[in-house]
Structure formats: structure tokens, C-alpha cells
Design a protein around this ligand. Structure first.
Ligand SMILES: [Fe+2]
Length: 522
């Protein structure tokens, strides 16, 4: 690890004075600060946190040799964690080098913290201090815990709206926010209705363009506010690389070797811009972002990766790549039991975590709609979409069978991707309306991305009685309040993504009772 090759002692002796006096100044350009991309914290445990920032005085610098307008040398950065917002009671601190190899991103793994405590943090570089951020550590594993409040979000297209939903979620001061994918959009939109431009006017395909895409998103004040206010867990979906990709298979039928090089650049830029540990740093096109996070005896999050290991989409033939609507007769490949949505290795890990059990509520943080969705094609025939769990029915059946057989307590699936709110009962047999729910699913709408056609989807609902709520005309997020006996879920909708000062309201509330799977409208 390059950061570890820098002797802490030599850094301290050589640069402490410069840090504190403002010597060795960066060229801060017009921004006046190296912290234009904000700060973030992630992967909270009972005694540790990952703190993130990236130095970028010129955040959208077009010079690929100097991303962020930074010099090409290593820059020392001091970090501090305190128990007070004024940063007077500093309990942990250190100096780490921001490495040009990683676009001067920092991933500080700070340990030795107390469980279930509020902390504050900041960075100092070149005499400039970052804003002060806040996070809360998890309760000690198995400690009696009576409450956890978290939000989950997905699908924030910068070009298609303002990120008011992030601001409103930050204002709720949750203990945790979970990013479920499409944190960026890699393409450049030609929609006449778009409100903002991706700055480089190209689709991101290589490291400089993915870096600048993430940098632009991190300049957004609402996203900065959310990151600074609360710790996050993060996984990705497709748009962090390319629409509808699966493993090495691109939507555009690229040579898999060429596509893996693109994936490597995209995964690296994701890691560089998220508060992830060094263990998540990609090695070429491979990365590990799957993980388990425990919050006392109350809740466990199982965070999975739906893209890197999945089987190729069923019936994926030129000229039209990506998801499509197919009938059973037209695409029997969809049912192949050798196909996996998570990859067999990740399935094995996940089922082991189910059997391990532990917390009272077990939340599967994944990307896409799990529930069976019978659609009607243009000829009026029953059809399914190939690109979410509906494209992998054998894998979904394995997942649900494992949920059932492991008797994992209170399984709740959260997801995104489909730019609409859903509340569903998950069953071993979706064909039997009387079959009991074995798990509960909540899908959050997008932060900004447009939803699917409302009337068409509503017309399919009579064939899908396990779906209790659907709404695709609203943008927003989901707030969850977990207590031992009940989980409260609120679908929160913003008034207008075209207005930076949009308001928020609650569209619908739900509850899930301890020991009884299934959606209850509140
Ligand atoms: Fe999306």
C-alpha cells in the first residue's frame, strides 16, 4: 500500500509544521480549498470507521495528468476525530499521504473508537481545513439495541435533476445511509429535458472520465451534506460502469477483454471516491465490496454486488443488448439453474450468513427488484424482464429457499434500480396467492432518474397480488426506523426534481412486525 510506504514519523517531522502553518501550499485555483469534493465516512463498525476525502482544488480539471488540478506528488493530510463538533476533544488523529496514483483520494481506517457514539471529523491540508463531518459508530455486536434509523437511496442522475432527496434525508439525521447503486450515470444524456450537464459531454469509459464524473457528483452540495452528516454503506449497480452490463458482458457487445479494462477503470474510480476500506481497492477488474455490517443485536446488513459475478443476461443477442421483455417460450434460457444473479461464490457466502443468523432484523442490501413481476408484452402475452431478478428465476428460488430453510430472523430485502417505489411480499411460490410471505421487500425510487410508465405497470398488478404498493411518478428515498418489535418504513417523495429547493413529504408508510414477514400498510 503506497500510503503505508510513507513513514509516519518522517511525515510528522517533515510536514507537521507546514500543515499547521499553511506552508507548502497547493495551488488552490479559484476554489480556494482542496476540499471541493466534500468529505465522507463509511463502513461503520462498533469501534472503527473509514474516513474519505479527495484533494481537488480544480475538481473538473480536464488534464488527465493532474486530476483535480493537483500536483503529481504525494501530499500530506492530517485527519482528526473528535467527540465534539468544535473539534476540541480530539480522540484520534494522524497524517496520511494523498497519493497521485489514486487521484489524491484518502481512505483513513480509524480504529479504537467507542461503540454507539457520535463522533466528528475533519481533514487539514496545506493550511486549509475541511468542513466538519459526523458519524455514529455501531453498537457493540450482540449488545442490546433498541433503535436504528437508516435511509436508502439509488439512481441519482446529475443531468436529470437536483439532489434535494439527499438533502432531505440528511435533515432526518439517520444513523446510516445505504447507497444501492447508480450513484453516478456513466453516459451523457441527449434528453432535451435535462437540467444540468455532465461536464465533459462524453460517456465515461476510462479512468480520467470516470474520475471526473465522480468528481462532478461530489461537487453537488446536497450529496456533500448527506455524506458529511452520516456514515454510509455503499454498493454499486450497472451505471457505475455501463448500463445493463453483467460480469464481462457489455450492453454494446464489446470484446470482453476491452470491456474488462473499462470495468477496471470504473471500479477503481468508484473506490477512489467512496469511503471504502483498502480491502475493497480493485485489483484490475476485480473488487470485493460484499460485506456484513452488524448493529448490536438489532440489525445486520448483508451488502451484495449484483454485477461483477452475474451470469450473462438470458437471450442476450445482437443487435439489441441489455434487458428485454421475453415470454417463457421465447427464452427458455432464463430458467437455466446454472445461471446465477450473484455468482455462485457470493451466493455461498450469503447463504452462510443467513445460517449464521444473529441480529433480530436481517437486511439484504441489494440492487434490483426481487419479486416476481408478470408483465404483458405488446401482444398481450405474459412476459418477464431479463435484467433484474426476474431474469434469473432459478437463482431467485435458491435465494428464497435459503431464506426459508435457514430461518434467518426477519429477512427484509431493500433495493432500487427501477426508479419506483414498491412494497412486496416475497414467497417461495409466487403462483399461489395464498402462499405465506417468507420475507419482505421494499424498493426505493430514484433520487432523480425518470420512472417507468405508470399506467402500464399498474395494469400488470392484478397478475401480481404479492405487490402491495407501486408508484413510479415520484422521486425520493426511503426512511426506515428499526425497533425490536417493529420496523417502520416511510416512502419519502420530493416535490420536483427540477427545483433545487424542492420539498419532501411522506407518500406512504408501512410496518413489518417482528416474527411475521410481509407488508402492512400503516
Ligand atoms: Fe438507475
Amino acid at each position: 500500500m503506497v500510503r503505508r510506504s510513507i513513514s509516519r514519523r518522517s511525515l510528522l517531522t517533515a510536514v507537521s509544521a507546514a500543515l499547521l502553518t499553511g506552508g507548502s501550499r497547493l495551488s488552490l485555483s479559484a476554489s480556494g480549498t482542496p476540499f471541493t469534493l466534500g468529505i465522507a465516512s463509511g463502513n461503520p463498525t462498533a469501534n472503527a470507521i473509514v474516513l474519505w476525502t479527495r484533494l481537488a482544488p480544480d475538481p473538473l480539471s480536464p488534464d488527465p495528468q493532474r486530476p483535480g488540478g493537483m500536483p503529481t506528488d504525494n501530499v500530506p493530510v492530517r485527519w482528526e476525530v473528535a467527540t465534539d463538533e468544535k473539534m476540541q476533544q480530539v480522540v484520534k488523529s494522524g497524517i496520511e499521504g494523498a497519493d497521485p496514483q489514486f487521484a489524491h483520494a484518502l481512505h483513513v481506517e480509524c480504529g479504537g473508537l467507542q461503540p454507539a457514539r457520535d463522533y466528528f471529523y475533519r481533514f487539514i491540508a496545506s493550511g486549509e481545513a475541511s468542513p466538519v463531518g459526523h458519524f455514529r459508530t455501531a453498537p457493540a455486536t450482540s449488545a442490546a439495541t433498541d433503535r436504528l434509523r437508516f435511509g436508502f437511496v439509488s439512481c441519482s442522475n446529475y443531468e436529470l435533476g437536483y439532489f434535494s432527496a439527499y438533502r432531505h434525508l440528511a435533515a432526518e439525521s439517520p444513523d446510516l445511509v445505504v447507497f444501492l447503486g447508480d450513484y453516478i450515470y456513466e453516459y451523457f444524456s441527449h434528453l432535451p429535458t435535462k437540467l444540468r450537464d455532465h461536464s465533459d459531454a462524453v460517456a465515461a469509459t476510462d479512468l480520467p472520465t470516470y474520475r471526473n464524473r465522480y468528481a462532478q457528483y461530489h461537487t453537488d452540495p446536497d450529496l456533500q451534506r448527506l455524506h458529511a452528516s452520516t456514515a454510509c454503506l455503499a454498493t454499486w449497480d450497472d451505471h457505475e460502469v455501463q448500463n445493463d452490463y453483467a460480469d464481462r458482458w457489455s450492453e454494446t457487445f464489446d470484446d470482453p477483454r476491452v470491456f474488462l479494462a473499462r470495468r477496471a477503470a470504473a471500479y477503481r474510480a468508484f473506490w477512489e471516491h467512496m469511503p471504502l476500506p483498502h480491502s475493497a481497492m480493485p485489483k484490475g477488474p476485480d473488487a470485493t465490496i460484499t460485506g456484513r455490517f452488524d448493529f448490536g443485536d438489532l440489525a445486520s446488513f448483508l451488502v451484495v454486488d449484483d454485477r461483477q459475478f452475474r451470469s450473462r443476461l438470458a437471450c442476450d443477442h445482437p443487435p439489441h443488448g441489455g434487458g428485454k421483455q421475453v415470454t417463457d417460450a421465447a427464452c427458455p434460457e432464463r430458467f437455466d439453474p446454472n445461471r446465477s444473479y450473484l455468482g455462485m461464490g457470493q451466493e455461498h457466502w450469503l447463504y452462510g450468513e443467513f445460517r449464521r443468523g444473529g441480529a433480530r432484523w436481517n437486511i439484504l442490501a441489494q440492487q434490483q427488484l426481487v419479486a416476481d413481476l408478470k408483465e404483458h408484452n405488446d401482444a398481450g402475452q405474459i412476459a418477464h424482464w431479463t435484467e433484474d431478478w426476474n431474469g434469473y428465476p432459478a437463482a431467485r428460488q435458491r435465494l428464497l429457499q435459503q431464506v426459508h430453510d435457514s430461518a434467518v430472523r426477519n429477512p427484509v430485502v431493500i433495493g432500487g434500480d427501477i426508479h419506483s417505489f414498491w412494497a412486496n411480499d416475497l414467497k417461495l411460490d409466487f403462483e399461489d396467492p395464498k402462499a405465506p410471505a417468507i420475507a419482505t421487500e421494499f424498493v426505493g425510487t430514484s433520487i432523480t432518474s425518470p420512472g417507468p410508465p405508470y399506467a402500464k405497470f399498474v395494469s400488470w398488478l392484478p397478475d401480481n397480488p404479492h405487490i402491495h404498493f407501486f408508484e413510479s411518478r415520484k422521486r425520493g428515498y426511503v426512511s426506515v426506523d428499526v425497533r425490536p418489535k417493529q420496523m417502520d418504513v416511510a416512502f419519502r417523495a420530493v416535490s420536483d426534481v427540477a427545483k433545487p429547493d424542492a420539498e419532501v413529504s411522506t407518500l406512504q408508510r408501512f410496518t413489518v412486525e417482528d416474527g411475521r414477514a410481509g407488508v402492512n400498510l400503516a
